[in-house]
Ligand binder design. Structure first.
Ligand code: SOE
Length: 411
């Protein structure tokens, strides 16, 4: 961290202002959907959460000069660059926030960690177990030098997920026997939609499985404290050829007249056996698809326990349904808890009682937790090690699907 000399500045009348905060100089890699979301978080988190340092939005990096300059202006970064290696060589940079396609995660994250930069890397961690393992090795070595790293599973920072985790870990739904996690989107239901990078295996690593299935895996394990130990999976690609992308970023764009092969799964289904935590011996059913017509960002999780249940829906992210089987007969039901009150994680810093938050707030929570960990000298969660485990689950699902949905162990 570059430090400004912390000295009290006397004000008229003798009162002194607190010394200016040290700065944390941030470089953002990528300016698509996640680049936009993370930019908002770097701008907003310091305004709502008392961070020990002042993040400085120093540089945004993209491949195309004019587009990156436009993103710099739109998202509020000081500089725009097209050479990420030159940015990593800058000793003034403290943090590298990776929001580029999965094919670039390993090279950039490992170089950044070896250069002593703290790293926040979007999910999934990498495009393969091998890459994720190399990143994790670099992260563990870097942590010994006080360099921190985190994977951006942003939904862990939904206050309702924090409440679900507290209830489940406290035994309020008893022994979890079944987990149901569906992540349903429909932005690919139109077969004429163009080939964004998320449909190219060489860039994305996988399709719905890694893009959104990774979220479902991480959340079920985060809430229950259990780990998936084996899976039986099926993958399907409904539309195998699409128009190439003529122009666009993020999830959409304009179609060109040329066509290309879709090389990733369009939808994934898998069963999983869980061990440990509150779901020891449980069986989970997972689905991840971007063809669920009418479902826009429909991540739902339901945990069925011996003494109750919880149910969450990302499209109603400020609520958690809680069924308490210990409640008096006649009073039992899936009660809706409005998770907006100051008792819940992060909520005291936003709005007065009863006011809701949205998708973008989760990234401010993520930045706040990341910066707090960096300034406190502790390793943030989820770590690259946890990201590697998710990568192993994704890989096991793909191997199972290729082997007739055979039950496949997760190392
Ligand atoms: C697209 O499926 C996507 O943008 C994911 O890549 C994100 O991780 C998720 O937060 C929203 O949907």
């Amino acid at each position: 961290m570059s430090s400004v000399e912390p000295h009290p500045v006397p004000e008229p009348g003798g009162r002194t202002q607190p010394p200016p905060k040290e700065r944390l100089s941030v470089a953002l890699i990528g300016h698509g959907f996640m680049g936009a979301a993370h930019s908002q978080a770097w701008r907003t988190a310091p305004r709502f959460f008392p961070l020990a340092v002042e993040p400085e939005m120093s540089v945004i990096v993209g491949r195309d000069g004019p587009r990156t300059e436009a993103a710099r202006e739109r998202f509020g970064w000081k500089r725009a660059e097209t050479d990420w290696q030159a940015v990593l060589a800058d000793p003034a940079i403290d943090v590298v926030d990776i929001c580029s396609p999965g094919s670039s995660h390993a090279e950039i994250a490992i170089a950044a960690l070896e250069a002593g930069k703290h790293v926040l890397c979007e999910k999934p961690l990498a495009n393969s177990v091998e890459e994720a393992a190399e990143m994790t090795e670099a992260a563990v070595a870097a942590a010994k030098r006080g360099v921190r790293s985190m994977v951006g599973f942003s939904y862990r920072r939904v206050p309702a997920i924090g409440l679900a985790r507290s209830l489940v870990r406290a035994g309020r739904i008893g022994q979890v026997r079944q987990a149901r996690a569906l992540y349903l989107q429909d932005w690919l239901a139109d077969e004429n939609g163009p080939m964004t990078w998320r449909l190219d295996r060489s860039l994305a690593g996988s399709g719905s499985l890694g893009d959104i299935g990774a979220h479902a895996i991480d959340l079920v394990e985060h809430i229950t404290g259990a780990s998936l130990t084996s899976v039986s999976g099926t993958l399907e690609t409904f539309v195998r050829e699409r128009p190439l992308l003529a122009d666009g970023v993020g999830l959409s764009g304009t179609a060109s007249s040329e066509r290309g092969q879709v090389t990733v799964d369009d939808a994934a289904w898998f069963l999983g056996r869980l061990a440990g935590g509150a779901a020891d011996g449980a069986v989970g059913s997972f689905e991840a698809t971007r063809y669920a017509t009418g479902r826009k960002n429909g991540l739902t999780i339901e945990l069925s326990g011996s003494r109750g249940a919880i149910a969450f829906n990302l499209e109603s992210m400020n609520e958690l349904a809680f069924y308490d089987a210990a409640a008096p007969a006649g009073e039992q039901g899936f009660g809706r808890i409005l998770v907006t009150e100051p008792e819940h994680p992060y909520m005291a810093n936003w709005w007065p009682t009863g006011h809701t938050i949205g998708y973008e707030h989760l990234f401010s929570h993520e930045v706040k937790d990341f910066v707090d960990a960096v300034t406190s000298g502790v390793d943030p969660e989820p770590s690259f090690t946890e990201g590697l485990h998710v990568q192993r689950v994704l890989d096991a699902v793909e191997r199972s699907a290729a082997d007739g949905s055979a039950w496949t162990p997760i190392p």
